[in-house]
Design a protein around this ligand. Sequence first.
Ligand SMILES: *[C@@H]1O[C@H](CO)[C@@H](O)[C@H](O)[C@H]1NC(C)=O
Ligand SMILES: [Fe+2]
Length: 406
Amino acid sequence: MHSFLVLALISFVSIIGASTPEQVHISLGEDATSMVVTWVTFHATPPPIIQYGPTQSMTYKHVGHTDVFESSDHTRYVHTGTLPSLSPNTVYYYKVGTADGWSKQFQFKTFPAGNDFKFRVCVFGDLGYHHGNSIPDLMKAADNEWFDMIIHVGDIAYDLDATDDDGHNIGDKYMRELEPVFSRYPYMVIAGNHENDHKNFSHFHHRFRMPGEVGGHHNNQYYSYNVGPAHFFGVSTEYYGYKNEYGTAPILSQYNWLNNDLQKANTNRASRPWIIGYQHRPFYCSNTHCPVDEEPFIRIGEGNIPGLEPVYIKNKIDLQFWGHMHSYERFYPIANMFPQDNGQSSYTYHNAAAPAYVITGSAGCHTPKTPFGTPHPGSVFRYSTIINFAHLTHTVLGLMIMDIQL
Ligand SMILES: *[C@@H]1O[C@H](CO)[C@@H](O)[C@H](O)[C@H]1NC(C)=O
Ligand SMILES: [Fe+2]
């Protein structure tokens, strides 16, 4: 009798758990007046609801929609909704769920109105659930409001689709552990090589909702959005890296989109002066194992496949973030392999003649830090364990680094 009761209790608990929202996270819509809220349940639920508002009574209701994500280990129900027309510079409280189970209350703060305000972005790549060295610092920085949004430049959780030693999925564990951060600050992601699960990036595609649509559906591989004085864009270097697996069509669609997007952003510099990009694999690095064989293909293309660097130079992008190397390295503005001196005697970032680049791939993962070799002539600063913060105003783009406690 006693053991029967225990069994009954356990199955009851697991049913409740399966409809309870988890892995709650937010991301930016195409402009900073909307916020996308996404979460997971392991059972089907009634239509998902986001209850939200500028006071703790959360008097607004938004009904989202559900995508069913069948993966090899589980069926996940990924619920998402875009909260439109939010008031600027306002703290919103929210919870998500249905009659079958609600999350606890979370909060986020919207950006100020207009294009002329100051904000900070936390940028890192290559962060694992295991050996995620920077996670305690990241959580502390989030508590202290040291940043307003996050950009993760690929290689997420190691890996989103992987099964841990205990038989559970690592992607779920990572998104649960970082829920306190990702539910509060927009978490913007781009695919790295570890997001290729040989099923068309299925976990990366289903777990996240980046802005914009391709063919009527969200497309996390390439997209852009605006925050105050900055136009941000993310692109996939994995289309290049896995050309043999996925073909050349995605490279070409991305390229056409990028060309148009940057051209448009470039005509709008007076009101939005900064263009900032991110992608996983670098064009340049000076580690001992820089993937020099794949760099030229991504950077300048091959045959009738265009590379990415000429578009960046032509449209005068200011700065781009990279990951992939498990280290930190900052470069002077570089074009076609060479640092650019802007006609003056020394290299400079001021009204630079070419994009400046930052590798920030040392957030912490399963492999040792990548050692450095001979510095690239454009290399300014190298370090092994750093997370990068960018702070922006209409006239100044600053970089700040946080050394990770090991
Ligand atoms: C891969 O997924 C994208 C959406 O991210 C879709 O547009 C494309 O058609 C898919 N490709 C294949 C081969 O299934
Ligand atoms: Fe990588």
